[in-house]
Design a protein around this ligand. Structure first.
Ligand code: HEC
Length: 133
């Protein structure tokens, strides 16, 4: 009987604790900065896959570039506390300028797409080097 009471008490306390952990997790809500970065990461991977599979027609490349460019508009908004850090803003606009360049002169072949991808990758890295741990 004593063992049962102890087991019950432990299970009861554990149950409450884990419920609290679960509710906390569900309450976190969407993570805007991670969301923006995740989408940009997915689009960069999609472009890399296209190049590896030798699918570099404008219809393969341009939609990914557009998403990258438009989601890039939200970098400052997503990282609220960074939105008046001049260097951060410069990195974000550099990225957008690079994506604009890729959209203005759409890649005619995979070599050109790869060059554009590499330029954009450098723009991502520049900011990550200083602001991502
Ligand atoms: C102006 C700055 C800036 C630019 C430009 C930028 N990032 Fe980021 N990125 C960050 C910061 C800051 C973090 C760290 C976020 C955190 O830990 O909450 C990050 C994190 C990430 C992450 C990890 C997200 C996670 O789940 O923790 C990915 C993936 C990512 N960036 C992809 C990219 C890609 C791809 C590009 C370019 C196409 C890019 N980023 C351009 C600032 C930037």
């Amino acid at each position: 009987m004593k063992n049962f009471v102890i087991t019950f008490a432990v299970a009861f306390v554990l149950g409450i604790a884990l419920t609290a952990v679960g509710i906390n997790y569900l309450n976190q809500g969407p993570d805007y900065p991670k969301g923006v970065m995740t989408v940009m990461g997915m689009k960069m991977s999609a472009l890399k896959n296209n190049i590896q599979q030798n699918r570099c027609a404008p219809t393969d490349i341009i939609p990914h570039l557009q998403t990258l460019r438009y989601v890039g508009n939200d970098i400052e908004a997503a990282f609220g506390e960074m939105s008046d850090n001049e260097q951060f803003i410069r990195y974000a606009s550099d990225f957008r300028a690079t994506a604009d360049g890729a959209l203005t002169v759409p890649a005619a072949n995979c070599a050109a797409a790869e060059a554009a991808l590499s330029r954009m990758g450098k723009a991502c890295e520049n900011c990550h080097r200083d602001y991502k741990n």
